[in-house]
Design a protein around this ligand. Structure first.
Ligand SMILES: Nc1ncnc2c1ncn2[C@@H]1O[C@H](COP(=O)(O)OP(=O)(O)OP(=O)(O)O)[C@@H](O)[C@H]1O
Length: 368
C-alpha cells in the first residue's frame, strides 16, 4: 500500500521533525528536558519510575500544558506558552499508542482505526477502506470485525498501532507499548513493532522503563532521572560508558566515580582501583560483574585490585548467581553455581573480590 499523507507533507529523512524543550512544574516535581528527533528516527525515553517520562509524553500529546519552553513539530509551533500558543490534542499531527491502548470498546477493530482517519477529514468510505488496508498490513484482516474484548493482547496492541499510524503522523508516541503483554507475546509483538517503526517516515518517541525495548527498538536513547536528561546517545555508547548508577544497573555494570592519576583511580578516602587506561582528573570506572572473581582469602600473587568485602545478597542471574558485596566499594559479582557451592556462600560472609585492571574501563567524567 502506498502511504498517503493525511497530515501534511512527508518529512524528509534526516531533518529534525521534533524540536522541543519541555518544562513542566507539577507541585514539587519539575520536568526540564530538550528533545530533538529526526524524520525516521526512533528515540527511546528511558528512566526509572517517577522520572517524568509520562509527563513528557503527555505534554507532547497536548494533555498536560507546558509551564515554559516550546514544542515545534515539522517547523510549526504547537506550544509556546511565552507566546500564548497552544494546540488542542486533536489538532496535533501526532499519533499516540497508550499503555492500555484505549481502544473504543463498542467499535470494531476496523472502526477503531477508521475513527482517527475520519477525524482527519476522510469520509466514511475512504476511512474504512484505509483502515482495512492498515489492518491488512498489521496481519489483522481476519479480526477486523471483532470488538476489542474479542482480541488478544497482541492483536489489540496492533490495532492501536494501526490507528496511530493510519493518519501518517509527523510524530508517533508510544507509551510502554509492550508492558501489558505476557513474555511470549511481547517477543513477537516487539519484532512486529520494530518492523513497523522502521517503515514509519515520521519521528517516533518510545517511552519505556524496559531497557530491552529501548535497545531493540530505538536508534537513540535519552535517559531521564528526576526530570532531567542524565545521558543520551546510541545504545553502544551508553552501554559502554554509563554515567549514572541507574544507567550502570540498566546495562549490568559496576560503576564508580573517582579521581585518576595515571593508572590509579582514587575512589573515596582510602580506596583506589588500578585501571588499564591512564587518565588524569575525574573519571568513571566500569566493569561487569562477570569480571569479579571471589576468593575466600586474600589471593596470592595478589592482583592489584582486591579488597576485603562482605556478602549482602545472593540472587539468581540467568544460569549464574549474582553476589552483592559491601566494603570500601559496593560491588556485584557473577559466579557459577559450582563456584558458589565451593565457596559455601552465605550472607554476611567475608570474601576477597578481585578484578584485573585489564577488565576495567575508565573514561572521563566531564561531558564535552
Ligand atoms: N498531576 C500531577 N500533580 C503533581 N505531581 C504529579 C502529577 N503527575 C505526575 N506527578 C509527579 O511527577 C513525577 C513524574 O511522574 P511521571 O508519571 O511523569 O513519571 P514516569 O517517569 O512516567 O514514571 P512511571 O515509570 O512510574 O510511569 C512523579 O514524581 C509524579 O508523582
Amino acid at each position: 500500500m502506498t502511504a498517503v499523507s493525511v497530515v501534511g507533507a512527508e518529512p524528509e529523512a534526516g531533518t529534525p521533525v521534533l524540536d522541543a524543550r519541555l518544562v513542566v512544574d507539577l507541585g514539587t516535581f519539575r520536568l526540564d528536558i530538550a528533545l530533538r528527533i529526526r524524520a525516521g528516527e526512533v528515540v527511546a525515553l528511558l528512566g526509572p519510575n517517577g522520572a517524568g517520562k509520562t509527563t513528557a509524553l503527555r505534554t507532547l500529546a497536548g494533555l498536560t500544558p507546558l509551564s515554559t519552553g516550546h514544542i515545534t513539530l515539522g517547523g510549526q509551533d504547537l506550544d509556546r506558552p511565552d507566546n500564548r500558543r497552544w494546540t488542542p490534542t486533536e489538532r496535533r499531527p501526532i499519533g499516540v499508542v497508550f499503555q492500555d491502548y484505549l481502544l473504543f470498546p463498542h467499535l470494531s477493530a476496523l472502526d477503531n482505526v477508521a475513527f482517527g482517519l475520519r477525524r482527519h477529514g476522510l469520509d466514511r468510505r475512504q476511512a474504512r477502506q484505509r483502515a482495512g488496508e492498515w489492518l491488512d498490513r498489521m496481519d489483522l484482516a481476519a479480526q477486523s470485525r471483532r470488538k476489542p474484548r474479542q482480541l488478544s493482547g497482541g492483536q489489540a496492541q496492533r490495532v492501536a498501532l494501526a490507528r496511530a499510524l493510519a493518519v501518517n503522523p509527523a510524530l508517533l508516541l508510544l507509551d510502554e507499548p509492550l508492558a501489558a503483554l505476557d513474555a511470549r507475546t511481547r517477543l513477537d509483538t516487539r519484532a512486529g513493532l520494530q518492523h513497523h517503526l522502521t517503515e514509519h517516515p515520521g519521528a517516533t518517541l518510545l517511552v519505556t522503563h524496559d531497557p530491552l525495548d529501548a535497545l531493540v527498538l530505538a536508534d537513540r536513547l535519552v535517559i531521564v532521572e528526576d526530570g532531567h536528561v542524565v545521558q543520551e546517545g546510541d545504545a553502544t555508547t551508553i552501554t559502554a560508558r554509563p554515567r549514572t548508577d541507574y544507567v550502570a544497573r540498566l546495562v549490568g555494570l559496576n560503576l564508580y566515580r573517582g579521581h585518576a592519576d595515571g593508572h590509579t583511580v582514587r575512589i573515596g578516602a582510602d580506596f583506589s582501583l588500578t585501571t588499564a587506561e591512564q587518565h588524569a582528573g575525574e573519571v568513571f570506572v566500569a566493569f561487569p560483574p562477570s569480571a569479579v572473581a571471589l576468593h575466600p582469602h586474600r589471593p596470592d600473587g595478589s592482583p592489584r585490585n582486591t579488597w576485603p568485602a562482605t556478602i549482602t545478597g545472593i540472587q539468581r542471574h540467568g544460569d549464574n548467581l549474582r553476589i552483592q558485596l559491601t566494603g570500601p566499594i559496593d560491588v556485584a559479582a557473577d559466579i557459577t553455581p559450582a563456584a558458589a557451592a565451593h565457596l559455601h556462600l552465605t550472607p554476611g560472609q567475608p570474601l576477597w573480590p578481585a578484578v584485573k585492571a585489564a577488565e576495567t574501563r575508565a573514561y572521563p567524567a566531564a561531558t564535552t
